[in-house]
Design a protein around this ligand. Structure first.
Ligand code: GSH
Length: 219
């Protein structure tokens, strides 16, 4: 299988490579330059693979299987196919989806955007204006606070170790990708989120996000 990713580290692509590492599945990569003008993701050759012009895309070895886009759809497919990192009950699977949708709607749009502007496109802070940047920071922090509240758990109960159930699922993998770099772009992490990040990092098979070839982003 082949993972289309970007030459600068992308949290969305990282979710897929992290899961593939845990699954011990070998894969090839094609790195596209998303900082080029136009980005390589928007060129006709790539638009044939993903009409939406974004990485990650996973291309399976079977030529009859269409390329799969959207990071959380890809990790859901892999978890389902290999029967790991996904609960078996309908409720557990729905809870995983709950966090995957949360990540895409309430978390990634703010934290990933701020990371991108901080390290690779600082001019976009100017373009967005102070009010918009403030809104993005507030919403990103709100998402991290929701995560902290969930992990902290209910009054009188032990904190949760994982987002769903008693072991790592793709909910943890999806949330880890951008949460790991939230502090260095100015967000505040609670003690339970910090402990959970450490827990994810300590799992066998864990790999770090690819290094920034431009040397601008430390993580
Ligand atoms: N919802 C998508 C977001 C994908 C996305 O925003 N990808 C970025 C890199 S992280 C990209 O391809 N940017 C290049 C472009 O928009 O041309 C996912 O989760 O996969």
């Amino acid at each position: 299988m082949r993972l289309y990713e970007s030459s600068i580290p992308s949290g969305n692509a990282y979710k897929v490579s992290l899961l593939l590492s845990h699954l011990n599945i070998p894969f090839e990569t094609t790195s596209l330059d998303i900082l080029a003008t136009p980005p390589e993701t928007r060129r006709p050759e790539f638009l044939k693979i993903n009409r939406n012009g974004r990485i990650p895309v996973l291309v399976l070895d079977d030529p009859n299987t269409p390329p799969l886009a959207e990071s959380n759809a890809i990790i859901f497919y892999l978890a389902e196919t290999y029967g790991r990192f996904l609960p078996t009950t309908a409720l557990g699977r729905a809870q995983v989806l709950q966090w995957l949708f949360f990540e895409q709607y309430s978390h990634e749009p703010y934290i990933a955007a701020l990371k991108y502007w901080t390290y690779w496109a600082p001019e976009q802070f100017e373009e967005r204006g102070e009010k918009e940047v403030k809104r993005i920071k507030e919403r990103g922090q709100a998402a991290l606070d929701v995560m902290e509240g969930h992990l902290k758990g209910e009054e009188g109960e032990a904190p949760r170790e994982w987002f769903v159930g008693n072991g790592m699922t793709i909910a943890d993998i999806a949330l880890y990708a951008y949460t790991q770099s939230a502090e260095m772009i100015g967000f505040t992490l609670g003690e339970n989120v910090k402990a959970w990040l450490e827990r994810v990092r300590n799992q066998e098979g864990h790999v770090r996000i690819r290094k920034d070839p431009l040397g601008k982003c430390p993580l």
